[in-house]
Design a protein around this ligand. Structure first.
Ligand code: SF4
Ligand code: SF4
Length: 463
């Protein structure tokens, strides 16, 4: 069977635009646009970077990372700059043994601007860059062929003499990506807009917004043979991104196989679990206790949480530095990491229809379970000694009722059940349910008592 080569949106765009004939940096003077003039972030960081022949342990000393913004709110940039494990700074400085230094080209974070900023992009396109590069997309790809119908564009970055007769024209993010992706060591999509289209691709959008995968097609492979890597989230957990970058860099450095990705290109170790499985409110769900309003401590499913069916690790990873995250901060999951977001999760903050079955079952089961657990919890909140003396010597406990006769019998029954599985127990009554040990007739305890009553050596005065 023969297969027709896939004509991807990226290829369609390049077919319309034609090849690159000339580069802006070939002009004699780049000009001094931007501040500080002629400063390069790489030049500033190189002297203080840790990575060097002694620490990199592999062939790569550095890797360029070209960050592009499509239809984006810049939230991904914000969350990544807050990452801590590893941090962006540590990647830029090559502070991790074995990792190459990352030379970041970010339109917001870099100090150079204008033609100075675009120079490295051109070198990459010409194949003259001094190290491999990866491309990173934040925000969704737009269908620029729609905008071209009216002579405009949706999202652009820099100008190049690629217009008719060598005229300068704005280069769209799509065009940069379509031209650079085949030569990239890896192509990474960060955030739900770049991974699955996200909010800009919601029903009714006029831009034809799509994901990086949709744009490059399913046959896309990077120069190192890697399909598009996806780190979703709106905004994503910053650590999810920097950790994935580090894992890919270790692969590029030759330290092991490509890390495990799932069938959608997500890091499998980060997106294999559902929100619900690590949620701080999970036990409320199990006991059938549900919040009626935001601000309540219980499970949020009845006010619109989709956590049981959503792949996201924010409940175990936190939002920043292992702190925060949706349910910790009181928010219900609206499925922002999912390919079906947002259209398949609307209306937001309404109970998902599928949750009714399990939440009703939890409510019924919880009606039995909660009193039983309260009962056992009351028993376990008493020292064995307090059971023995029938008292709780806490000033705060003065008004606390002691267990009544029914509770007392119930606790005894519970203890008997518990001890029935204790294969290590000895004969004789257990501590706490018998007479004071001074009255015991057990020979072993008699020995210990006699030993305890012998005078104890007190140092110099005994010699
Ligand atoms: S708040 Fe959401 S994720 Fe947490 S237990 Fe309830 S349904 Fe599950
Ligand atoms: S818990 Fe839900 S809403 Fe929160 S980040 Fe994860 S997928 Fe998005």
């Amino acid at each position: 069977m023969t297969t027709t080569p896939q004509h991807t949106p990226a290829q369609q765009l390049l077919d319309r635009l034609g090849p690159v004939e000339r580069y802006g940096s070939e002009a004699p003077d780049l000009g001094d646009f931007g501040l500080p003039s002629r400063a390069y972030m790489e030049d500033m960081l190189a002297p203080v970077a840790v990575a060097g022949p002694g620490s990199r342990l592999g062939p790569l000393e550095k890797v360029h990372a070209f960050w592009f913004a499509g239809m984006s709110c810049d939230g991904c940039s914000v969350s990544v700059t807050g990452a801590t494990s590893p941090s962006v700074e540590s990647l830029l400085l090559g502070a991790h043994p074995g990792l190459p230094r990352v030379i970041l080209h970010h339109p917001v974070l870099n100090v150079e601007a204008g033609p100075h900023y675009m120079r490295a992009h051109e070198l990459a396109l010409k194949g003259e860059l001094d190290a491999p590069y990866v491309i990173i997309l934040e925000g969704s790809i737009t269908d620029e062929t729609i905008a071209m119908e009216t002579g405009g564009y949706w999202v652009g970055q820099g100008e190049q003499p690629w217009g008719p007769d060598g005229q300068e024209r704005t280069v769209t993010t799509d065009e940069w990506i379509a031209r650079l992706a085949p030569g990239a060591a890896a192509s990474l999509a960060i955030g739900t807009c770049a991974t699955w289209g996200g909010i800009p691709a919601a029903h009714g959008n006029p831009t034809g917004a799509m994901s990086l995968m949709d744009f490059l097609g399913k046959d896309y492979r990077s120069a190192f043979g890697v399909p598009v890597v996806n780190i979703p989230g709106c905004a994503p957990v910053g650590d999810n991104f920097t950790e994935t970058v580090a894992a890919v860099l270790y692969f590029l450095q030759g330290f092991g196989p490509l890390p495990e990705f799932d069938e959608l290109g997500r890091p499998a170790w980060l997106f294999g679990e559902t929100v619900h499985r690590h949620c701080v409110r999970g036990a409320y769900y199990e006991e059938g206790s549900f919040a009626e309003d935001f601000g309540d401590p219980e499970c949020l499913v009845e006010i619109g949480c989709w956590g049981p069916v959503v792949n996201c690790n924010i409940t175990s990873r936190g939002a920043i530095n292992h702190v925060g995250g949706c349910m910790n901060a009181g928010g219900a999951c609206i499925g922002c990491t999912m390919p079906g977001f947002p259209d398949k999760f609307t209306p937001f903050y309404k109970e998902p229809p599928g949750s009714t079955v399990s939440s009703s079952a939890s409510r019924v089961l919880g009606a039995f379970m909660r009193p039983l657990r309260r009962f056992t919890n009351g028993h376990l909140n008493r020292e064995v000694r307090w059971d023995l003396h029938d008292d709780v010597p806490s000033g705060f406990a003065r008004r606390k009722a002691k267990p009544g006769p029914v509770d007392h019998i119930g606790h005894k029954f519970y203890d008997a059940l518990r001890r029935s599985t204790d294969t290590g127990r000895r004969d004789g009554e257990p501590w706490g349910k018998t007479k004071e040990w001074t009255e015991l007739k057990d020979p072993a305890l008699e020995d210990r008592r006699a030993h305890a009553e012998q005078p104890v050596s007190r140092g110099r005065e005994d010699h």
